[in-house]
Design a binder for this molecule. Structure first.
Ligand SMILES: [Zn+2]
Length: 140
């Protein structure tokens, strides 16, 4: 079993258990995965990125503007920065985050997908990661 960190199109964060990655994909395409908060079946695996540097980054991310437009703008800014400066590593995320942490790989920003277990064990090893916000233009 594998547990994924998921986001719906309204950025509700939740998690789900799946037998494997393929089961997840087939349930997703059959619209069988629903957000427990709003019932949306427009669901994605949360993209994760290591939390780099200072606490102030974290604060910016957590301070959510009230206004929806400003919120989307702020999320877009975070995504843009990550996508410009980081390598997409897909499901090799945990592996690569670890290699960078232990200086076995080039020190750089990365983003990608990981299971909740991996996210948890990364954080136990002192590698803090955060979900990337999902943007309206991701919803196709
Ligand atoms: Zn939702």
């Amino acid at each position: 079993m594998i547990r994924f960190n998921l986001l719906c199109n309204l950025n509700h964060e939740f998690d789900g258990w799946f037998r494997d990655n393929e089961t997840f994909d087939s349930q997703l395409s059959a619209s069988e995965i629903q957000c427990p908060m709003c019932g949306s079946t427009n669901v994605h695996k949360a993209l994760m990125t290591p939390l780099l540097g200072k606490k102030s980054n974290q604060k910016t991310l957590q301070k959510k503007p009230d206004n929806q437009k400003a919120l989307v703008k702020a999320m877009r800014e975070i995504r843009r920065k990550v996508e410009e400066n980081a390598d997409y590593v897909g499901d090799k995320f945990a592996e690569e985050a670890r290699r960078i942490h232990y200086k076995e790989s080039e020190d750089r920003g990365i983003y990608g997908e990981t299971s909740l277990e991996e996210a948890k064990s990364l954080s136990e090893e002192g590698i803090e990661i955060q979900p990337l916000p999902l943007l309206p233009e991701d919803q196709n």
